[in-house]
Write a protein that binds this ligand. Structure first.
Ligand SMILES: [Zn+2]
Length: 327
């Protein structure tokens, strides 16, 4: 299993639960994409199923740990998503409910269900799972990962142990990337964009599409700086109509605008977004108030995309609104 950087308090909480044999049956790991929430879910699963844990820490080398690591453990189910939006259907929830009552066949006598990347899970699906989560069989565990716990109904949140997964420091991120064998040049470019988010940094190095999305975010910022509506439209158009790409570029643009608001008050402040230089130049031409207004329009566009509105239409409207605010 991959080494986990940062999140030391979270790891020690999990170890202590395991040591005291008080592991929570329903757990949520929440954090931004790339922060390691999936890795933490895997770590928790390994902690539950490891044949030789030491002080609540999974050994990482027994057959159970190895099978958890490769998602091939017979009693670990990665619950499948379905549909255009990649959600969890009521039918899937029903099949989890009936499967959960079949006893496990491993030595530890536990079964684990993993629901990765939950996004605004259908309330009917959540209600189908609710009873099971309220009164799970002794051997069953349910692990959810999401950006935030507010992707779920309050009834589900109240039955789960919710943990926040935090990004690491830039130094920890660089150390993790070095361990993966990337060059110093690649590491420095990735860390300058995605800081302590190891997942995003790795993706930036290995995946050309994320590098293109970062470039598009810079193009969007430059067009706002120059108040060039035509260029802003073309940059948004170049994102295409893929929902994930649209969300990625929107969230990076949002962070950059947020950085501009901070930098307009303190030009020495650090940046959370992918391009401090663009944010600094943007902060010289828009006020913090204008940045806040752009942020609210981006949030609106984000929700529209989430609810399946045509992406080019959303971007066309957003482009007009941003230019109106920036002028
Ligand atoms: Zn083990």
């Amino acid at each position: 299993m991959k080494k986990i950087y940062g999140n030391t308090a979270l790891i020690s909480t999990i170890s202590s639960m395991i040591q005291r044999d008080r592991a929570a049956h329903s757990v949520m790991f929440c954090g931004e994409k790339g922060s390691g929430r999936k890795l933490m879910a895997k770590y928790y699963t390994a902690s539950l199923l490891c044949e030789a844990p030491e002080n609540g820490v999974p050994c990482g080398s027994c057959p159970a740990c190895r099978m958890v690591d490769s998602f091939s453990h017979p009693d670990v189910t990665v619950v499948p998503t379905s549909g255009k939006l990649g959600g969890y259907s009521v039918e899937t929830a029903r099949s989890v409910c009936s499967d959960a009552f079949i006893k496990p066949n491993n030595n530890t006598g536990k079964k684990v269900y993993l629901f990765f990347d939950c996004r605004k899970m259908d309330p009917r699906t959540q209600n189908t799972l609710l009873k099971l989560i309220e009164e799970p069989p002794d051997y069953a565990y349910f692990i959810f990962t999401a950006e935030s716990k507010y992707e779920f109904l309050p009834t589900i949140i109240s039955r789960c142990c919710c943990f926040g997964v935090s990004p690491c420091t830039g130094e920890e991120s660089a150390a993790a990337l070095r361990e993966s064998g990337f060059s110093e040049k690649e590491i420095s470019a990735a860390v300058s964009c995605f800081h302590g988010n190891i997942g995003r940094c790795t993706e930036y190095i290995v995946d050309e599409s994320l590098r293109k999305q970062v470039d598009l975010t810079k193009r969007i910022a430059d067009s706002i700086i120059r108040r060039d509506e035509y260029e802003l439209n073309s940059a948004f158009f170049a994102i295409g109509s893929d929902r994930d790409s649209a969300h990625t570029v929107l969230s990076m643009t949002d962070l950059l605008v947020r950085d501009a608001a901070v930098l307009s008050k303190d030009s020495a402040a650090g940046a959370a977004g992918c391009h401090r230089d663009s944010a600094l130049r943007l902060s010289q031409v828009i006020s913090a108030y204008q940045a806040a207004r752009i942020h609210s329009r981006i949030e609106k566009a984000w929700s529209a995309i989430e609810s399946n509105v045509s992406i080019p239409l959303v971007f066309a409207a957003l482009c007009c609104e941003i230019i109106n605010i920036a002028v």
